[in-house]
Design a protein around this ligand. Structure first.
Ligand code: HEC
Length: 147
């Protein structure tokens, strides 16, 4: 009887330890990626208008870069952000762009513009809009290649 109890206790402890591990792994590993339809087509269209107003003068209408500003599409852009999160890219835009007036865009506008950038880069649209909270966006992986 005693032995059975001890075993049971050990098992419970092992199960508890395992669930803690699973929890930690889940917290560290973003659960979605840019391939999961994380913005809507409507949002990207709104973002395209904002992009034309706020970003195109430097980054080009088709995001292909300008004299000073880098492209926001193509191989170099992809490798710059590959392995980071959509939240990192969101915060980069929100806090440093437009380069001549950083901080000018609110979270809604930044999310719409980012949806447009994702759309031009051929990541698929989905049924829900790209969220505006950095913490939620940090849970979405930026992956150049679909895994
Ligand atoms: C006045 C010119 C100018 C405008 C307007 C501008 N940018 Fe930039 N942007 C730059 C320059 C120059 C860089 C590179 C130097 C730097 O990082 O500041 C850059 C860098 C970036 C990067 C980093 C690219 C990479 O591969 O790491 C992103 C993303 C970006 N801009 C997005 C935007 C968005 C979105 C807008 C519109 C809201 C915008 N920019 C408006 C000049 C501009």
């Amino acid at each position: 009887m005693l032995i059975v109890c001890l075993r049971k206790n050990k098992l419970l402890k092992a199960a508890a330890a395992l669930s803690v591990l699973v929890f930690i792994a889940a917290a560290q590993q973003p659960s979605r990626s840019v391939w999961d339809g994380i913005y809507t087509a409507d949002q990207a269209r709104r973002g395209a208008d904002l992009y034309a107003d706020q970003c195109a003068s430097c980054h080009g209408l088709s995001l292909n870069g300008g004299e000073m500003a880098p492209p926001l599409t193509g191989g170099e852009f992809m490798s710059n952000w590959n392995g980071l999160t959509v939240g990192d890219l969101f915060d980069r835009i929100r806090t440093t762009m437009p380069a001549d007036a950083p901080g000018k865009l609110n979270r809604d506008k930044t999310a719409d513009i980012l949806a447009n950038i994702l759309s031009v880069n051929m990541f698929p649209a989905g049924k829900t809009e790209l969220p505006r909270q950095s913490e939620v966006l940090k849970d979405i992986r930026f992956e150049a290649q679909k895994k």
